[in-house]
Write a protein that binds this ligand. Structure first.
Ligand code: ADP
Ligand code: MG
Length: 576
């Protein structure tokens, strides 16, 4: 316990989040039970699914009360009595390796964070199947459990009393509590949270204490987007993603109706989650979206909700169509899930595309301005941040979009439009395939590309000489994924991709005179080429006179059906 407390000491605040999270879990459970048996909720106050936080300043006690399932005596022993749970050692190990203490909730030891601020803790609890018990323990000693014969009957649920340490008196301030509750989520989870500066007084007959509502209980995803402010989304994002890295790039919030009904709010984080690319193949989309069924939390592990290449998303889906007792197996097969997935992907791609479109409009407007053209009055041109969103998105998620092209046949076409590259004509601002195609020379059939480990390396390559001299644009592939992507795309808008380093590279604009000259040159140098082939033997498949170079005398190219040199380099390094 000492080790645990010491490792958390600089993050005392988290205890309140852990308690609220436990109270919400307990409320989730009772609500889940009430779906099949309304009676478990009881009547009056008991049926109110809310969390109350109150202070007894005089006695330095902070209280947190929920009307969740509560705990039986056995539950108390099992859940709160054993610090030596497997999660404890797993958590401590992670901490020793420099892990983030904020992850404590994931290890099943969150409750013990109460000892950061309290030297003595009482847990009064009433479960429908048992009597009211009180558990109590100080950090150092063992614990005791007794039937609660003196305390006020709870009806159902749990009351946690923290006897604050002298050095933790800041938590006896109402303002501090308000700040914390606000920071650790608003409207998430969807239970009302109430705070009061005074402890509830048993004696006062009419009016007990005043409760102040701290959060709007109506969950964000149940509201209409027009009623939700940007700040609400940002706050909700922080709670749902546990992301500390700033506000999201954007979000989609919509309601699907028809055969399959669901509501959803999904965010694109500003930066890719830290293990998204590292654990791409192990983790996939696990942990991306939380699944609710009719307001009841089901799992945050539903990897079927989005494809792997969208595993960086964070958010929540609340379905009205899936059955409540949805198990792993059911989930994998359920037709509704496929529909949900399809719609989610579509909407997210629409959002991303809107950023790309904005970027294109901004660029066009800029270009028109440079060229002194009149702006099109009908066209609304985005400004400021809207112009930069796609660039930021591409920096973080360009790789994910490429993986999408490789893995997702259904969305390949849509994703191809989102790809961005540097090219010989646009070496420092990324450009799209559409822009490339629009700039193609008359008669040009292929989209030329050349791969290498860096832009500088490609720019120096002799393979480019003739293409550039003739005014063709060449796309630079500098990312290890680029050539894989190309292998899966084959063509774009009926234009084939042509690797500038391959043997069969054809340029469109050869006339009869040039062709005749090629033939003469081939004849003239026949002796040289066949001598050279004999000298090199099986190291090369052929030696030819080529018209692709302009200043370099000779070049080694990859065979028509062989690996490109760059691909070989990648395969050798096993970089991906
Ligand atoms: P976790 O929440 O990850 O399971 P905790 O250490 O936070 O781990 O809590 C341990 C267990 O104690 C919970 O799983 C739950 O069974 C029980 N528990 C804690 N707080 C409450 C509560 N307010 N109501 C009912 N059960 C609770
Ligand atoms: Mg917990």
């Amino acid at each position: 316990m000492d080790i645990l407390i010491n490792s958390l000491y600089s993050n005392k605040d988290i205890f309140l989040r852990e308690l609220i999270s436990n109270a919400s879990d307990a409320l989730d459970k009772i609500r889940f039970l009430s779906l099949t048996n309304k009676e478990v909720l009881g009547e009056g106050d008991n049926a109110k699914l809310e969390i109350q936080i109150s202070l007894d300043k005089a006695n330095r006690v902070l209280m947190l009360r929920d009307r969740g399932v509560g705990m039986t005596k056995q539950d108390l022993i099992k859940n709160l009595g054993t610090i030596a749970k497997s999660g404890t050692s797993a958590f401590l190990e992670t901490m020793q390796q420099g892990g983030d203490v904020n992850l404590i909730g994931q290890f099943g030891v969150g409750f013990y964070s109460v000892y950061l601020v309290a030297d003595w803790v009482e847990v009064v609890t009433k479960h429908n199947d048992d009597e009211q018990y009180v558990w109590s323990s100080s950090a150092s000693g063992g614990f005791s459990i007794a039937k609660d014969t003196e305390g006020e009957p709870l009806g159902r649920g749990t009351l946690i009393k923290l006897h604050l340490k002298p050095e933790a008196m800041e938590y006896a301030e109402e303002s501090k509590l308000r700040e914390l509750v606000g920071r650790y989520s608003d409207a998430w989870p969807p239970y009302q949270r109430l705070v009061s500066a005074d402890a509830p007084k048993k004696t006062r007959k009419v009016k007990r204490n005043e409760w102040d509502l701290l959060n709007d209980a109506k969950a964000i995803w149940l509201r209409s987007p027009k009623d939700v402010s940007k700040e609400d989304y940002h706050k909700f994002y922080k709670a749902v993603s546990k992301d500390v890295g700033g506000d999201p790039l954007g979000w989609v919030h919509f309601k699907a109706e028809g055969d399959v009904e669901f509501k959803t709010v999904i965010f694109v984080p500003k930066t890719a989650p830290h293990d998204f690319y590292d654990k791409y193949y192990d983790k996939g989309a696990k942990g991306a979206l939380k699944l609710y069924v009719r307001r009841v939390f089901i799992t945050d592990d539903a990897e079927e909700l989005v494809p792997r290449w969208l595993g960086f998303l964070r958010g929540l889906v609340d379905s009205d169509t899936l059955p409540l007792n949805v198990s792993r197996e059911v989930m994998q097969q359920h037709a509704a899930l496929k529909t949900i997935r399809k719609k989610l992907v579509r909407k997210v791609l629409d959002l991303i595309k809107s950023w790309a479109d904005d970027e294109a409009k901004c660029r066009k407007a800029e270009k028109d301005k440079e060229e002194g053209k009149e702006a099109d009055a009908d066209e609304e041109v985005p400004t400021g941040r809207a112009c930069e969103l796609y660039g930021d998105f591409w920096m973080q998620y360009g790789k994910a979009m490429k993986l999408g092209v490789i893995e997702d046949i259904t969305n390949r076409g849509r994703l191809a439009k989102l790809l961005r590259f540097y090219t010989s004509k646009s070496p420092s601002t990324h450009t799209s395939l559409d822009e490339y195609v629009a700039r193609m020379k008359p008669g040009q059939k292929d989209i030329y590309y050349l791969a290498g480990s860096s832009k500088e390396e490609i720019e120096k390559s002799p393979f480019l000489e003739q293409l550039l001299r003739k005014g063709y644009e060449v796309i630079y592939f500098t990312d290890v994924l680029d050539e894989y992507v190309m292998q899966h795309m084959v063509d774009y808008e009926d234009k084939k991709f042509a690797n500038a380093s391959k043997e069969d590279l054809k340029m469109a604009d050869k006339d009869e005179v040039e062709k005749k000259k090629d033939k003469e040159l081939r004849e003239e140098f026949k002796k040289l080429t066949s001598w050279w082939k004999t000298v090199l033997g099986s190291a090369v498949s052929s030696v030819k006179v080529s018209s692709r170079l302009s200043t370099t005398p000779c070049v080694v190219v990859a065979g028509k059906y062989g690996q490109s040199a760059n691909m070989e380099r990648i395969m050798r390094a096993q970089a991906f």
